[in-house]
Design a protein around this ligand. Sequence first.
Ligand code: ADP
Length: 479
Amino acid sequence: MAKLETRGLSVGYHGKPLMKEIQLSVLPGKILALIGPNGSGKTTILKTIIGSLEPMGGVVLLDGNDLNRLKRGERAKEMAAMMTGRTEVEHATCFEVVSVGRHQFTGISGRLSEADEKAVQEALEFVGAEGLSGAEFSKLSDGQKQRVLLARALAQEPEILILDEPTSFLDIGYKLAFADKLKRLAREKQIGVVLSLHEIELAKRIADECLCITREGKIDRMGKVEEILTPAYVEQLFNIEEGEFARTYENPAPSHYNQGHHDPVRSETEHVAPGDIETRSFEIIGEELSARNIVLPEDKAFLIKRAIHTTADFEYAKTLCFSGNAIGRMAELIRSGADIVTDTNMALSGINKKELAKYGGEVHCFMADEDVATEAKTRGVTRATVSMERAAKWKKPVIFAIGNAPTALLNLRAMYDNGTFRPEFIVGVPVGFVNVEISKERIMETDIPYIINRGRKGGSNVAAAICNAVLYEMKKGNL
Ligand code: ADP
């Protein structure tokens, strides 16, 4: 049965109906989007559904019961709303604002139980605003306010959620993350959602069904988003020139390299304390991964996220490759006191030597040693080759962290092939165009334990980030 339904509903102001005969229904776990130009009447419908405007005819049914007959408290148990318009609260923290959503659970005393506090905290986390918990609401940006008000509606744990343009102030990162999270939440908790949206692309991503209203306030179509929101129909509904919507959103013109592709820029600056920047970065990475529908393997997520953190490149989520139990093996070697040998001084300086020293390990780079340079010149090989040979004779077990030279990897493979040396572990992330891809594949063909980034990308910073990820996870006691 529909969670929410309208039958023959008329809505409007001051005795004048704007729209008549509105029939809509939402099943538990489903999302219905109201789509239409500005002023078409979306907000008016939502206001009537939540009971802040009297219907001019017809009924709104909640679980089959006339909404107008329900007491306010009973309604709040079922339905939460976030509407447009200013919410002014003086001197309240965001935590306090979201706590208002718990009123139906706390009674008039307003005292929060442990469960209430947890619900508030979870709602803040859901909208990525846990960092704002203690901040004063009135001092937030519009986008931040919008997220906190969403959290307030969610804290109510409703069965029906009504959202009026919930993403209008959110930057693209939050929009996408919100869309995916809301969809999941609706499914998991079987919440029926009715929302108004401007963004057609977002509606397609988030909603199951849509109800389209024309500029003149006529309900035009209702049904599945993928069937209704075709480019041709969207152009007609919004009076857009033929082909313009499709050109812009469906098949955007290929960008030229010299235009510089970049991910969408966040539209607000954020106030983040210096000590919180890394935490916030990892939050953003988490949000954007879910917006891209990427689920990282649980045991490797910390390391992949650190590689993304270092490079701001989400491709690492797809290209980092691990031999069986690679991370466990690397931690074991570090714990037993292994040294790390790198092929650049840059990687050497990036690796956290203090953490490594706790287990008795050191980092070395032989590339700049004078005798290495001389030998390389005499033999006509690269310095990386000579460095690797030197490392092969090292007095202790060695983890190779290669961020630059494919010849280092090729040389390690050659020694492996002729039986003179088998490396204990290779972090193989050289970057570049000549022999870089093949050198990585050559290592992956062997039984040497490895963490390798397939393809051309990598670098000394990535090599250091991978070593540090394992060191930090060991420090936390997770490895
Ligand atoms: P939308 O949400 O689709 O942008 P609205 O529901 O806000 O549209 O507005 C629909 C129409 O109702 C508009 O013509 C608007 O001017 C009118 N309207 C909105 N609020 C009021 C009000 N309080 N009194 C009278 N008319 C209103």
